[in-house]
Design a protein around this ligand. Structure first.
Ligand code: NVA
Length: 310
């Protein structure tokens, strides 16, 4: 059966560990896996802006021996010029995998149902699972290895209803971490995602908590993450965002409430002075460039893992 990576819990805890181990191996030996040798093509489609994702998938597919075909969604207009279903069937006849950044998760699910090849989520309104995997790898590297993820506390402050919050909940729970989301009441994560993450956490020894106080979220955490207050496609104005999320800004004072040695994460692009101060973003506790680099290694691992499924 063709496997996909549409959301973080598409990987079981054992499978997530396999992918992270593979990512570490590929980081050490960049060209160790060549599942796309031929070269076979991978369609990399963007319905939203991109830099890191286009970079890391293009480099990654090339390093796996394949040919990256990057498509600007404004040209393809998937779902407008032709249906997602027709697009999926056409792509699936010629490419080894499809990578798609788009709006609603349902578009990605339709692609996966009809493509007949692995489909990878390169960010939707609901989830950003490749970034969450990169962040787990980054936390593990700074904590002494993959075993160190288990029982560790990952706090996220900011917009609790966005893709990163949802992915941290599911990916962190899968890794056996304690995930705490600090967000205003009106921006709580989707209840179904919280319930699903809690169910996964119950099997891995992790936990999930949603609080409405930034200090409570961060207290004693070993990793503290944030993200833009206004995600791509979100109509919230800058002024509304400041009023809503201002108390959740990741500054040095908030980070000081975390464990000594805690790392600060941001998936970028970052808006200094808004969700994160320049002092934290550019300071010694920041691991944002490791996260950005680790996108490459985890995505190569995800593609390799998916392509090797029977
Ligand atoms: N939550 C952000 C993540 C950007 C990588 C967005 O969707 O715009």
């Amino acid at each position: 059966m063709t496997r996909h990576f549409l959301r973080d819990d598409d990987l079981t805890p054992v499978e997530q560990r396999e992918v992270l181990e593979l990512a570490l191996r590929l980081k050490a030996e960049r060209f160790a896996e060549r599942p796309l040798a031929g070269p076979r093509a991978v369609a990399i489609l963007f319905d939203k802006p991109t830099l890191r994702t286009q970079l890391s998938f293009t480099v990654g597919v090339a390093e796996l021996g394949g040919h990256p075909m990057v498509v600007d969604g404004n040209l393809a207009r998937i779902g407008v010029r032709e249906s997602v279903e027709d697009t999926a069937k056409v792509l699936g006849r010629q490419v080894a995998a499809v990578v798609w950044r788009t709006f609603d998760q349902s578009r990605l699910e339709t692609m996966a149902r009809h493509a007949g090849v692995p489909v990878v989520n390169a960010l939707t309104d609901q989830f950003h699972p490749c970034q969450a995997l990169a962040d787990l790898l980054t936390i593990a590297e700074h904590a002494g290895g993959l075993d160190a993820l288990h029982d560790r506390t990952l706090a996220y402050v900011g917009d609790g209803a966005n893709n990163m919050a949802h992915s941290y909940l599911l990916a962190g729970a899968t890794a056996g971490m304690h995930v705490r989301i600090g967000t205003p009441f009106g921006r709580r994560p989707d209840a179904q995602v919280v319930d699903r993450a809690a169910a996964v956490a119950a099997t891995t020894g992790g936990s999930v908590t949603v609080v409405h106080d930034a200090a409570a979220a961060v207290s004693g955490a070993e990793a503290v993450a944030t993200d833009t207050w206004v995600s791509m496609g979100d109509a919230t104005s800058e002024q509304e965002a400041e009023e809503l999320f201002g108390p959740f800004r990741l500054d040095a004072e908030l980070l000081d409430r975390a464990e000594p040695g805690a790392v600060a994460l941001h998936c970028m692009p970052a808006y200094r002075g808004k969700e994160i101060t320049a002092e934290v973003m550019d300071g010694p506790r920041s691991v944002v460039l490791d996260e950005a680099e680790n996108r490459l290694h985890v995505q190569k691992a995800v593609l390799t893992w998916l392509l090797e499924r029977p």
